[in-house]
Design a protein around this ligand. Structure first.
Ligand code: HEM
Length: 209
């Protein structure tokens, strides 16, 4: 994934947002679309969710990135910015334990400077909260391997049960006051957060092949 491709798009969107009132969520979605596609292909192209070992690798990579970002958000005071944000690291750890495994993962690298400011928190939360949108699909794939909300796929079940909150989150995100500098920090943080997941899944695939 070429991060260099993102910058011109970001500049274009920042310019367009002034005249066309594009929502913050739409801008976040646009600047991170390539990274989302890259992650989707890293998880899907190798058939990771079609074997037990592949699924364990997926759990470990997701836990590596998620635990890191959740800790960063806690350290940055995310609950004061958006109280109901959802942590799924505990459910991921339990999923790994259900399968009789121990967490095994490398460090996916620093997602962003620590601690995040308010705008950076919104950008990172967009990625974490939005990841629930694909969870229903992933839960179906996990069910094909025999994993459920009670065993092995607890984190996906937790995410799908929170889906009604997505609209609530997007309203809060779009309404949060931000200066032009903060808008940029918000986009940068979302890109850095997605990149952290992208690296985790890429290194997982490297170790699988
Ligand atoms: C194979 C893995 C994945 C699949 C198949 C997938 C699939 C999807 C789907 C179907 C949507 C809804 C699109 C829509 O209704 O418009 C979505 C949205 C989203 N996903 Fe994923 N996803 C995956 C992994 C991830 C991961 C790992 C993350 C981040 C950690 C993520 C972050 C997001 C975000 C932020 C959105 C919201 C985009 C928006 O603003 O509408 N996804 N995903």
């Amino acid at each position: 994934m070429l991060l260099a491709n993102i910058t011109p798009l970001k500049v274009l969107l920042m310019t367009a947002s002034c005249s066309l009132a594009i929502s913050r969520r739409a801008r976040l979605r646009a600047v991170t679309a390539d990274l989302h596609d890259s992650i989707d292909s890293e998880i899907s192209r190798t058939g990771l969710m079609t074997t037990r070992d592949g699924y364990v690798a997926y759990l470990n990579a997701t836990l590596a990135a998620r635990a890191k970002i959740e800790a960063l958000l806690d350290a940055s005071g995310a609950a004061e910015v958006y109280a109901p944000w959802s942590r799924i690291s505990a459910a991921l750890r339990q999923d790994v334990a259900d399968l009789g495994e121990k967490p095994s993962f490398g460090d996916p690298g620093a997602p962003a400077p620590t601690p995040l400011g308010v705008a950076g928190i919104w950008g990172a939360l967009y990625v974490l909260e939005g990841s629930a949108m694909g969870a229903r699909l992933l839960l179906r794939r996990a069910a094909g391997l025999g994993f459920t909300g009670q065993f092995g796929a607890r984190h996906l079940a937790q995410q799908t049960s929170g889906l009604p909150w997505w609209r609530h989150f997007v309203s809060a995100l779009d309404e949060a006051p931000m200066t032009a500098l903060q808008e940029t920090a918000c986009l940068d943080s979302a890109i850095a957060t997605f990149a952290c997941f992208d690296r985790a899944y890429a290194s997982m695939n490297d170790r699988q092949t």
